[in-house]
Design a protein around this ligand. Structure first.
Ligand SMILES: NC(=O)c1ccc[n+]([C@@H]2O[C@H](COP(=O)([O-])OP(=O)(O)OC[C@H]3O[C@@H](n4cnc5c(N)ncnc54)[C@H](OP(=O)(O)O)[C@@H]3O)[C@@H](O)[C@H]2O)c1
Length: 158
């Protein structure tokens, strides 16, 4: 499986879930993301600025969070019968002999509870970018705000 943005907020969780079910994972990102991605358990890291995406070879699944040209070029990596999943934008190009899936996530109590349990038991490591108080919460959703990793909204003090 190839996971784009492997050290990002979504990608870092995807890497760990994929490794958890035994997938061999190639993570991608920028050079500065290499150590974080390897620390999360990727088997190989591809620097999208320095390495050639096409050198990743064929994979069963591509999970994309970047979109654009990277998404378009990733379709060619999908092995026959494989799947391209993107959460960035509806794909314009599809794998020749495979599925392409775009979706917008909907909150699901059962799945969130499962993720919370994994976090609690240390089976899932979040990359925490910022911890904000409840009054600061609206700022967390500002469209121009860029933070590495997940943002925690601390509802109670302490
Ligand atoms: N469809 C849905 O339901 C859904 C749900 C959640 C998120 N999303 C979308 O998914 C995307 C990712 O969200 P996120 O929270 O994981 O963002 P994030 O934490 O910024 O992670 C994205 C990662 O990809 C890297 N990256 C982006 N463009 C790159 C490029 N051209 N070359 C190399 N690395 C690149 C980023 O590096 P830099 O930070 O250095 O750029 C970052 O490490 C966002 O567009 C978000 O809106 C969609």
């Amino acid at each position: 499986m190839l996971i784009h943005g492997a050290a990002g907020a979504v990608g870092s969780i995807a890497v760990q879930l994929a490794r958890g079910v035994g997938a061999r994972v190639i993570g991608t990102g920028r050079a500065a993301d290499r150590d974080a991605a390897l620390g999360l358990g990727v088997d190989a890291f591809l620097d999208l600025q320095a390495d050639k995406l096409e050198d990743a070879g064929e994979v069963d699944v591509v999970f994309d969070v970047i979109g654009g040209d990277i998404l378009d070029r990733s379709t060619a990596l999908v092995r026959a019968g494989g799947t391209l999943v993107t959460i960035a934008a509806p794909p314009k190009v599809r794998p020749e002999d495979g599925r392409a899936i775009f979706f917008i996530v909907e909150p699901d109590r059962a799945r969130l509870t499962d993720l919370a349990q994994r976090l609690r038991h240390g089976r899932l490591k979040p990359i925490v970018g910022a911890i904000l108080t409840l009054p600061e919460a609206p700022a967390a959703f500002a469209p121009d705000r860029r933070t590495r990793g997940k943002t925690i909204i601390q509802v109670t003090g302490g």
